[in-house]
Design a protein around this ligand. Sequence first.
Ligand SMILES: Nc1ncnc2c1ncn2[C@@H]1O[C@H](COP(=O)(O)OP(=O)(O)OP(=O)(O)O)[C@@H](O)[C@H]1O
Length: 167
Amino acid sequence: MASLLKKAEEGHNLLITGPPGTGKTHVVAQIVERLLIDGKQVAVTSTTGISATILKSKLTSIAGPDASNYEISMLSCKLLHQIEHIFRRIRRVEKPFGGVQVVLAGDFLQLPPVPTPEYGDDGQSITESILLQYFHCEQLSEIIRQSEPDLIQAIHEIARYQCQLIV
Ligand SMILES: Nc1ncnc2c1ncn2[C@@H]1O[C@H](COP(=O)(O)OP(=O)(O)OP(=O)(O)O)[C@@H](O)[C@H]1O
């Protein structure tokens, strides 16, 4: 986590992924708090109401324009590109995201994007987006929420569609 906080403070765009319980929400909350202490403006969004509620409960203060987006597996490629375009147009800065630092977090093995054909959005995941070249990507792997070895093994196996645990 220390290295992620350092990267965030240095202004890098971050993509934080990992299985359930590896501390993604925790580290995003820490990053937000740290950037606020550094005097930056931070906007936090989420693709689901429940994850926004969980994240908000971990934050003591929130304020707009460094951006953090949580539950990133549900963000479609099209929407990410639209956000990038809007940031560039509004700020009139020809850099990725108009120079706004962006932190994305989530688990691509959890909920996928919902296709919205009426907006021409096929629901493609951001994993193939060319914008990811502008991100420092880090995968968290240590499951912190659970301590039981069997359960942790089952979580990893479920994520790989290989669960063999029978109760
Ligand atoms: N560095 C840490 N120090 C102490 N506790 C931590 C740390 N990281 C995570 N935790 C705790 O571990 C639990 C799981 O963390 P968290 O909810 O951030 O995981 P997650 O990866 O976001 O999970 P999910 O994908 O299910 O939302 C929480 O209770 C959290 O407070």
